[in-house]
Design a protein around this ligand. Structure first.
Ligand code: CA
Length: 230
């Protein structure tokens, strides 16, 4: 039974999250400040941490950075009220695994917890390397190059591209992508898939308006093709 550490100073939110996690079969520890959370990470060694950014004393961002600097690789899902912080949260600066914006539904949060645990629990495959036209994708080093240039992708963009590459030339529905890449077990809003596809095209295609690699399959979803116009 995985243990989740919930770091949140607002009692009502902490209690709601704790209740839903316990219902979903997790063991739960709660900390209402950053220092207590830091101590619990050392003593309890939780499998995952849900971390609010706005905390008294050591803030969530500082705690996350400190843990990463010390080499603590615990998966972290950030709770934030501020959309504009997402790039920093998921980027190298903080190194969180996922985020949920407030207000959030407990069901969504639980789905994220399960998805992150599933993803981080997987060992990288030995030969997870793909060349698609002039794009190369390295699933072990987590690197993507297009025309020899290293491309900066968010973790989720990378996961999406990697999944498309593992299923080269196969049409994949939005629901399937949402299930496999985001780990949503319920029908979610598939527009998030479209947004990420659009970002990938902007970063990888020579002309994002006439994509050569990431093709739309009408009425279905998307597929990655070899780049020969197929
Ligand atoms: Ca708070």
């Amino acid at each position: 039974m995985p243990t989740v550490l919930v770091v949140e100073d607002e009692t009502a939110i902490a209690t709601l999250v704790q209740f839903n996690l316990v219902q979903a079969g997790f063991q739960v520890q709660v900390a209402d400040n950053g220092l207590k959370a830091y101590e619990l990470v050392q003593s309890v060694r939780p499998d995952l941490m849900i971390l609010d950014l706005m905390l008294p004393g050591i803030g969530g961002m500082e705690l996350c950075q400190r843990l990463r600097k010390e080499g603590v690789r615990i998966p972290i899902i950030i709770l934030t009220a501020r959309e504009e912080e997402i790039d920093r949260i998921l980027g190298l600066e903080m190194g969180a695994d996922d985020y949920v914006t407030k207000p959030f539904s407990p069901r969504e949060l639980i789905a994220r917890v399960k998805a992150v645990l599933r993803r981080t629990g997987e060992e990288p495959q030995q030969d997870d390397h793909y060349t698609v036209g002039d794009i190369s994708i390295d699933g072990v080093k987590y690197e993507v190059k297009a025309r020899g240039q290293l491309i900066d992708l968010t973790p989720r963009e990378f996961e999406l591209l990697l999944f498309l590459a593992r299923n080269l030339n196969r049409a994949l529905s939005r629901d399937h992508l949402l299930d496999k890449v985001w780990g949503y077990e319920f029908a979610g809003d598939t527009r998030i898939v479209d947004v990420h596809i659009s970002h990938l095209r902007d970063k990888l295609e020579v002309d994002p308006k006439t994509p050569v690699y990431i093709k739309t399959v009408r009425g279905v979803g998307y597929k990655l093709v070899g780049g020969d116009g197929a």
